[in-house]
Write a protein that binds this ligand. Structure first.
Ligand SMILES: [Zn+2]
Length: 168
């Protein structure tokens, strides 16, 4: 079943997107905003990329043990990425480690889309819920956060339908 990536936007916006798509202009809209895909292809590069953002904005937050691309994450309305917080007992100490997994579907997209998702998962280091404080933190790290999320959702709509503007 197709995921409705744009379901929580206003009917007005959804109608505009649908119209552009019907006219075959939606891919061009994305290409104009973001002409190029990023070059972050390995888990190592993704880790470095994520840590650079963390060190700039969230230096004090808990460390991250691992960052990787994951083939098994299906991008859906709820989970564009995954932040796991694995707690395990070691002796009588409770050890925890943060891991960030990013869907492999984001290997060949514009940098802004990847950045939006990385920022989202980093914000979960401080805020578990998607509340006001959470989105404030996202916008602190990436002022264009909401616009990028919108464009990422447009991209996913196209990509799922086999109309990925960044392929071929
Ligand atoms: Zn989240």
């Amino acid at each position: 079943m197709a995921v409705d990536y744009l379901g929580h936007y206003s009917p007005d916006i959804q109608a505009q997107v649908a119209q552009l798509r019907q006219q075959g202009k939606l891919g061009a809209y994305l290409l104009k905003r973001h002409p190029q895909v990023h070059q972050i292809r390995s888990d190592r590069a993704l880790y470095d990329y994520t840590m650079a953002i963390k060190n700039q904005y969230l230096r004090q937050s808990s460390p991250i043990a691992k960052v990787c691309f994951d083939d098994k994450i299906t991008l859906s309305h709820h989970a564009l990425g995954l932040h796991t917080y694995a707690a395990r007992r070691q002796g009588n100490k409770l050890k925890s480690k943060n891991e960030i997994r990013i869907s492999s579907k984001l290997k060949y997209v514009p940098e802004g889309f990847l950045r939006m998702l990385v920022v989202h998962e980093l914000a979960h280091l401080r805020e578990k819920e998607h509340n006001k404080a959470f989105y404030k933190l996202c916008q602190y790290m990436e002022p264009d956060y909401h616009q990028l999320e919108f464009e990422l959702r447009i991209y996913l709509t196209l990509a799922d339908a086999g109309e990925d503007p960044y392929q071929g």
